[in-house]
Design a protein around this ligand. Structure first.
Ligand code: SF4
Length: 245
């Protein structure tokens, strides 16, 4: 099902990690259509917007296969939907934030005009992106939440470090980590590159089921790092659901 009015029951755990699709070829797609995994309204669970109502447009397809991916259903192709239909659905679902997420939204060229359209409507637009594709084309009014992939993800080599040059105080960086080794890597990146000065917030997230929040919190406090602990509020509110939240 594409459009989730509210919640669906959990249908699976962490990513089954099927064979990598390096590119869901969008070359033949019309520019006003997007491949969509789901659209729904929920509570924003992460980052500095956490706790606010938000409409999520989850685009389908991803060129990465992170070990702890929690949206395996969004890794392959989705349902083709026109921008106009998506915008109408957003308006019907309610006011407030709109987040374009995935999968990897920037694989689809039509995501850029969609973001512009939503901004023109006066919506506050957030974009979640893996950090493996260039972010320079994203409209300036969009709040970008960009990942840096830690070694434990299996996709560390895909980090596009040049993206750091495009970050503004509007943006956030997120690093998910599974263990102490990932934390040490993230700590070095934060300190060596001054990540906290490049964007609004640096988010340190424990990978669900792999790293305890209290353990990560103790490390952050011990090192006095200029980062925020980032827990997935929606997983706390709806622990049995993995879609539509
Ligand atoms: S980038 Fe995001 S959607 Fe893609 S595999 Fe990694 S966690 Fe999953």
């Amino acid at each position: 099902m594409l459009f989730h009015c509210q919640r669906e029951m959990r249908t699976g755990g962490h990513c089954g990690l099927g064979p990598r699709v390096v590119s869901i070829s969008m070359a033949g797609m019309k520019t006003d259509r997007l491949e969509v995994a789901e659209i729904f309204r929920s509570i924003q669970g992460e980052g500095s917007w956490a706790g606010l109502p938000c409409v999520f447009i989850r685009l389908a397809g991803c060129n990465l296969r992170c070990r702890w991916c929690d949206t395996p259903y969004a890794l392959e192709r989705g349902q083709s939907v026109s921008s106009s239909d998506l915008v109408a659905r957003v308006e019907k679902l309610g006011r407030g934030l709109v987040e374009i997420t995935g999968g990897e939204p920037l694989l689809q060229p039509s995501a850029i005009p969609l973001m512009k359209r939503l901004l023109a409507m006066g919506r506050t637009v957030l974009l979640e992106t893996s950090g493996a594709l260039p972010i320079g084309q994203v409209p300036p009014g969009v709040h970008r939440i960009m990942d840096l992939k830690a070694p434990g993800s299996g996709e560390c080599a895909q980090n596009l470090w040049q993206n750091l040059e495009h970050l503004t105080p509007r943006d956030e960086l997120k690093i998910v980590m599974a263990d102490r080794k990932d934390y040490v890597w993230a700590r070095e990146v934060v300190l060596e590159r001054g990540l906290d000065r490049l964007c609004h917030a640096v988010l340190f997230s424990p990978a669900a089921g792999l790293l305890a929040a209290d353990e990560l919190s103790a490390w952050i406090l011990e090192d006095e790092l200029p980062v925020r602990l980032n827990l997935q509020l929606h997983r706390i509110i709806w622990p049995e659901r993995d879609r539509g939240v």
